[in-house]
Design a binder for this molecule. Sequence first.
Ligand code: BG6
Length: 369
Amino acid sequence: EKGGFASFMDKEIHDQPQAVADTLLGRMDADGKLTLDEIHVDETILKSIDKMIVIACGTAAYAGQVAKYTIEHWCRIPVEVELAHEFRYRDPVVNEKTLVVAVSQSGETMDTIMAVRHARQQGAKVVAICNTYGSTIPRESDAALYTHAGPEVAVASTKAFLSQIVACYLLGLYLAQLRGNKFTDEVRVILDELQQIPEKIEKVLQLKEQVEQLARSVQNTQSVLFLGRHVGYPVALEGALKLKELAYIHAEGFAAGELKHGPIALIEDGQLVFIIVPSREGRDSLHAKVISNIQEVRARGANTIVIAEEGDEAVKEYASEVFYVPQTPTLLAPLLTTIPLQFFAMELATMKGLDVDQPRNLAKSVTVE
Ligand code: BG6
């Protein structure tokens, strides 16, 4: 069942090119136009929405954070991302013009189910992004956009996460397409770039050995920090979550710009810090800022592990080690930069003799509130 891999997690990490390809499959017509037939919410309603709220828990909520950066950019609709259990127990401003997107691998997370019910009671339309056909969340939503990652067995989410990000892109691009021609060119470019992602993931999978060596050299580490900006920020959060879940190591993800407002006090000699560097394309100033963040932590003795795009020589000067991933538009980069972090958590857990598929105290789907 594990297809020759040591764990389901290892297999599922390697399933990611397929999971992404399958989630993209059949969602475009011959002219390259997106046709999300599953979204049978009235087009007039979709055109009139003035706010989106993504609700989810855990890893799925980080997919939602990636969605925020991309959908706001493509659609110019404000997007909020909220943990389902927080959304449910406050008094959110939701009405008929709100599109709520519930992201869930299992479709059975009780916190998310309750939030979906709450949103619909307030008159919002709900689209579920889900990996499990016929599960509760898509059944209780107005429409479902399925991720086609296939069954995910390991408790810690990997291929479902990447597929959720892809589904969020598709939804955002679809809304952009609906909202007018001026988006068309960019939609085309991004759709074309998305088709190339599975092949690029294959390349990132080749980093496994390099990650394994790194994990071996830091296997007694007690604390790991992850820094990212823009779409790299949710990737940093996901890297930290994976490490907590699998290796039971204290880990935190930060927005790199926040460093000087507090977290930099944590940096001391030998502190392991991962930095997710944005591409140089179109956002030069952001790239430069992250480079200076690496410099700042390095100057205080941090062991700086950098994830950057191929050809980015500027990162080398301050990096203890660089993991290069293929170039892709900034907004799509999480589909690549997440993978070394998945490997890192898996390798460290394996070296500590832990069960990577069934971490202690966790369940694949939490069906209680
Ligand atoms: C957690 C799982 O309990 O639930 C995570 O351990 C997952 O991996 C989260 O991200 C949300 O689950 P789901 O099924 O709603 O995506």
